[in-house]
Design a protein around this ligand. Sequence first.
Ligand SMILES: Cc1cc2nc3c(=O)[nH]c(=O)nc-3n(C[C@H](O)[C@H](O)[C@H](O)COP(=O)(O)OP(=O)(O)OC[C@H]3O[C@@H](n4cnc5c(N)ncnc54)[C@H](O)[C@@H]3O)c2cc1C
Length: 379
Amino acid sequence: MKTRVVVLGAGFGGLELTTLLSDGMGDAIDVVLVDRAESFVFGYSKLDVMFGRQTAGAVQHLYRDVVKPGVRLLRSEVRSIDPVTKRVVTDAEALEADILVVALGADYDLGATPGLAEGGNEFYSVPGAFALREVLERFRGGRAIVGVMGKTFKCPPAPSEAAFLLHDLLVARGRRSASEITLVMPFGTPIPPSPDTSVAILEAFAERGITFVKDSVVQSIDPGRHVAVLGDGREMPFDLLLGVPVHRVPQVVVDSGLASHPHDWVPVHKPTLETRFPGVYAVGDVNGVGTPKAGVFAEGAARVVAEAILARIRGGAAPEAYKGQGSCYIEFGHGEVGRVDVDFLSGPKPTGTFQAPSAALVAEKTRFGSSRVERWFRR
Ligand SMILES: Cc1cc2nc3c(=O)[nH]c(=O)nc-3n(C[C@H](O)[C@H](O)[C@H](O)COP(=O)(O)OP(=O)(O)OC[C@H]3O[C@@H](n4cnc5c(N)ncnc54)[C@H](O)[C@@H]3O)c2cc1C
């Protein structure tokens, strides 16, 4: 009997995990990878599309191209998860698993920010970012806010990147001097674990005249008056608001009992990413392991879980503990890319080191994406 591994979610975590299981076992394993979407989009590609650097079609990697030995891709909505019996119900069929991996990512709670749906534009979902392309094409300058709405959000550098790219867009259009750009963030510095990175970003903001409002979130929006209201009651008028919506645990995960609350990410045993249910793992943004919500961390977690599954099937040593390490590329605008290497779990506190923007890092970021596409989607 082949071991049946059911992986819920074909994002960064799910794609890396199934690739490793297929590489390790081929047809000797029975993996079902479930996702409701038609295609995978890298997080950073959302910025590329909204700022007109790529077309939507060019950044959508179709799941029908995932053809790997031992892996079946099921395109369907996950409706319920029973972590005790490891039974999952999807719109298409019910699945029984020997090992279950939940990699459903983070959902967005647009309703948590009154006025966002009517008066602002969120750029974190695929449809939100793609729709912004037209909005930004039409934008002729004015008061722009990049506003984070909750304390936990994916890819901490992304709001700063959005501010840099908006600056470039307005410069290219000759509208920068007629505009203001303000970034509202819940942190004291742009990248708290890496003071060097934060200094570099703050210096680049100062050079470009971007205002950084720290330790704040956009709490609500008054669409009639075009005003963003911050957590402390301050009001900021705007002509364009690019929002990072409140993140939440997907409802199907809350209903399963794996998470106790929409804002309580799935608790896991940090070294192994196993939940309190034996044989049930939570990988990537959906878990509460304490690393930032970013693809590189989802991928690192997937590697540890893949090794544990392979060791369990073949026998062999358990993998090393998950260390929570990862490198994130940061777009500074002007075609420049820097990098921060962060380590969340190996030491007593998170640390991060900065690599200044360089041509080598531009090429490295391109390779980062193309190598994943090649590994995950090659036929
Ligand atoms: C603007 C932006 C820029 C970013 N830049 C970077 C970057 O440069 N580097 C980086 O490392 N990270 C970046 N990220 C973050 C990165 O995209 C996420 O952290 C990463 O995708 C998380 O991987 P995951 O596997 O946990 O979840 P996801 O990749 O979100 O995958 C979850 C999958 O589950 C599926 N799903 C959810 N619910 C259901 C359901 N009920 N039924 C069926 N399927 C379901 C979804 O369709 C999705 O495919 C960025 C994010 C944004 C928004």
